[in-house]
Design a protein around this ligand. Structure first.
Ligand code: HEC
Length: 116
């Protein structure tokens, strides 16, 4: 699984289904979203991890929060194409896997237990 969000190594795997995802990734880097947000736990922790935000919250909510901001989340003046690119970037990451794994709990002192 590729979780690198700098450089261009994973762009070839953003398949034809998400043609604007590479552009979304550039916007993600350009606006330094990862200073506050993580993908697969890698990045900042001021805001929530966004690995599965696409399926968790849906496109309209994501577009709304990008435009309006919320608490410490700044608002961004983005074009329609830029918003669509970020949505595809999130859709692409959502498809890669689930984070955190619901069935595994990280215990105090770093051990893991599996639920059910
Ligand atoms: C200064 C820190 C900061 C930066 C920079 C930032 N965010 Fe956020 N973001 C937040 C915080 C904090 C929240 C949670 C807001 C709340 O619900 O109170 C948030 C929420 C979100 C959410 C909704 C997540 C959810 O589960 O409700 C999305 C989507 C999001 N940000 C995307 C982005 C994108 C894309 C960028 C870059 C263009 C970005 N953020 C930059 C702090 C930041």
């Amino acid at each position: 699984m590729v979780v690198v969000t700098s450089g261009n190594r994973d762009e070839h795997s953003m398949d034809a289904e998400f043609p604007f995802a590479p552009k979304g990734k550039s916007l993600w880097q350009q606006h330094n979203c990862s200073s506050c947000h993580s993908l697969f736990g890698v990045g900042g922790h001021i805001g929530p991890d966004l690995t599965n935000v696409h399926s968790r919250m849906g496109s309209s909510y994501i577009e709304y929060i990008l435009e309006r901001g919320k608490h410490k989340m700044p608002s961004y003046q983005l074009s329609l194409e830029e918003r669509e690119s970020l949505l595809q970037f999130f859709a692409y990451y959502d498809r890669l896997g689930k984070y955190p794994l619901n069935s595994v709990t990280r215990e105090y002192l770093g051990s893991f237990t599996k639920e059910n």
